[in-house]
Design a protein around this ligand. Structure first.
Ligand SMILES: NC(=O)c1ccc[n+]([C@@H]2O[C@H](COP(=O)([O-])OP(=O)(O)OC[C@H]3O[C@@H](n4cnc5c(N)ncnc54)[C@H](OP(=O)(O)O)[C@@H]3O)[C@@H](O)[C@H]2O)c1
Length: 330
């Protein structure tokens, strides 16, 4: 039995290419005392991985050249020298882009509540991001207008649905008619703006006749500029991601900064693991809404570890439709 894994071969300058990764074959590692050996079944692909390919200063250190690409995985315990995990347990772990891995920090998941892969999305890091970002930073009140960008994606789809559940008007922003139709028809948002269709400011005005109280920003760039100009007095901007910039060699410069002053906005950055002590609360709430049929969720699946780099590049290009995953085992 051998382990295949993707390591970082070089740091991208501008868009990521498959040449930035190298696939290598190693023996399957053996667990030390206190560890489990996990066969990974699912790998989560997430936009933050672009930042980890860089050595620029960030909130977490980047991956070194030759190191396995980081990533959260869901899999099955094959061998255990851990006090509370046993062979056959289904677990979440940070094992990266590889088929097998050893860890002492795996978390057992309950597959009776949701399929295993959902713990990488709706019931996992993206779901937690949506829940705490909207609830604690956005602080939406019933009747207010909440706008979210990358609205058909892992985080955005949950943000808009939570806004609806909590009594708000939910407006999405997404790329293309197919995604916008999904956001409105399937996810139940009140409106969705296709930013690729142009006339963003006019579309925004039409979709948000009473202005915007909460903007959950997943993308930054020109969309952020347009939103800042449309915010209501004392509005809140949740700065969750700037994906429009991740492949850029020069950062986008915001032009409507003055709107923060004029509208007395609160603009706050969000990093999900600041909320790790309260993940249980989010899991219970999201799990409850899911069980009641109040949360819809979609996955975009790439098959086989060998296709992970392609899946990741497509995610950054917006070719994913829902939470991007790699299914590692046939
Ligand atoms: N701060 C945190 O703790 C935290 C945690 C998780 C995620 N995030 C951030 O949240 C954002 C969404 O992450 P996700 O995992 O839910 O990904 P996702 O929305 O499932 O996928 C990314 C989406 O971004 C959109 N996009 C790509 N380039 C764009 C551009 N130039 N302009 C506008 N939209 C663009 C694409 O949708 P369209 O086709 O609609 O353009 C693409 O499908 C990312 O910025 C990510 O870094 C932050």
């Amino acid at each position: 039995m051998s382990n295949r894994r993707w390591v970082l071969a070089s740091r991208p300058v501008g868009p990521v290419s498959e040449a930035n990764f190298h696939l290598e074959e190693k023996p399957v590692p053996r667990p030390a005392e206190g560890e489990v050996l996990v066969r990974n079944l699912w790998l989560s692909l997430d936009p933050y991985m672009r930042g980890r390919m860089s050595d620029a200063k960030s909130y977490v250190k980047g991956v070194e050249i030759g190191e396995v690409m980081v990533g959260q995985t869901a899999g099955e315990v094959l061998e255990s020298r851990h006090a509370s995990l046993k062979v056959g347990d289904m677990v979440l772990a940070q094992l990266g882009w590889q088929l097998y891995g050893v860890t002492r920090d795996a978390i057992k998941v309950d597959e009776s509540r949701a399929p295993l892969s959902y713990y990488l999305g709706l019931m996992g890091m993206p779901g937690m991001t949506a829940y705490f970002g909207l609830k604690e930073l956005g602080q939406p009140k019933p009747g207010e207008t909440v706008v979210v960008s990358a609205a058909s994606g892992a985080v955005g789809s949950v943000v808009g649905q939570l806004a609806k559940i909590w009594g708000c008007r939910a407006v999405g922003i997404a790329g293309g008619p197919e995604k916008c139709s999904y956001v409105k028809q399937d996810l139940g948002f009140d409106a969705c703006i296709d930013y690729k269709a142009g006339a963003l400011r006019e579309q925004l005005k039409e979709a948000c006749p009473k202005g915007v109280d909460v903007y959950f920003d997943n993308v930054g760039g020109e969309i952020l500029d347009a939103l800042l100009a449309r915010m209501n007095l004392f509005g809140r901007v949740v700065v969750c991601g700037t994906i429009s910039d991740y492949n850029a060699t020069e950062p986008y410069r915001v032009r409507t900064w003055r709107a923060i002053l004029v509208n007395r906005l609160r603009v706050q950055g969000m990093i999900v693991f600041d909320w790790k002590d309260r993940y249980g609360e989010a899991l219970k709430t999201l799990g409850g809404y899911f069980a009641q049929g109040k949360l819809r969720y979609r996955e975009s699946v790439v098959h086989g570890l060998e296709n992970a780099p392609r899946g990741f590049i497509d995610l950054l290009d917006g070719k994913n439709f829902g939470k991007q995953l790699v299914k590692l085992q046939p």
